[in-house]
Design a protein around this ligand. Sequence first.
Ligand code: AHM
Length: 339
Amino acid sequence: MTINRKVQTLDEFTLQQLRDFPLATGELSSLLRDIGLAAKRIHVEVNKAGLVDILGDTGSTNVQGEEVKKLDVFANNQMVGVLRHGISCAGIGSEELDDIVVFDDETSNKSKYVCLFDPLDGSSNIDVNVSIGTIFSVFKRVSELGKPAIEADFLQAGSNQVAAGYIIYGSSTMLVYATRRGVNGFTLDQSIGEFTLSHPDMKCPETGKMYSVNHGNFFQYEERVKKYITACQMKDSTNGGPYTQRYIGSMVSDVHRNLIKGGIFMYPGILDKPKGKLRLMYECNPCAFIVEVAGGKATNGQMRILDIVPTKLHQRTAFFTGSLKMMEELEGYLDGTLG
Ligand code: AHM
């Protein structure tokens, strides 16, 4: 068998992008390569999770009041480590940490980017061998270069993201990242230890057959959301239902599947948590950016996720994202024109 296609690694790909844009400084490419390195280290630990004493709880809780698993801590440390020691990031915000970390050294202060991340999304799945992921978001600083980053660099609307991505530790490990120019997916080739371009120029199908939501919360959703979910189960759904229900419990995996096959993911508000569970800055903004660049949509039920101006680092939001036509159908149910 002859393989004609040249295999392009993540590094080669980002360098090629630099060649295409001679004015680019290479900082974003270098930051992505740093994240790729952290991803490979996390991949190794995730894959031996059953073999060593790394599973299970650390006994502490994170700022969200949730149990912190050991792999969460490992993944967080790797992300902070590569970005601190790299030359392209002035500071980070992490779902696992109460406050932003400003690197504040001569090189970092000159960097124009800050990074926000959820080091291990879907962590309740760690102990049961189900896909989990790392999600990240990159903003250009608004503060003066040469000085330490400040909180306002992080508290920007998602529409200001310059890049966003995720890594899925699943049946294979895959890194997907988006800039305004497109979404590209790289699969980790373990034989050479490199992410290689496997899904160039990813586009979210206009419609799909899958909806993802926690049905256990059904009776706590507002009426219009319930109507839409019920419509998903009906034959007369405008996109040719009934849809198939798939809910992994790792948002990044659900969003990834919907990006490839088409579908809609929902984490609506519930009675006692009207803003739902997911965090705007670490989970929703990056996924919304990726899905929009790929041609889909993302809202909180009232407005575009990327237009929300954050007031707090750890704020939560209701989240609906996916294929364009399915999102339009959802919006019809939410504004009362359907159902
Ligand atoms: P986690 O990072 O603590 O695991 O929480 C985020 C996850 C999402 O990945 C997933 O969509 C959601 O929580 C599932 O929550 P629930 O069990 O309430 O449906």
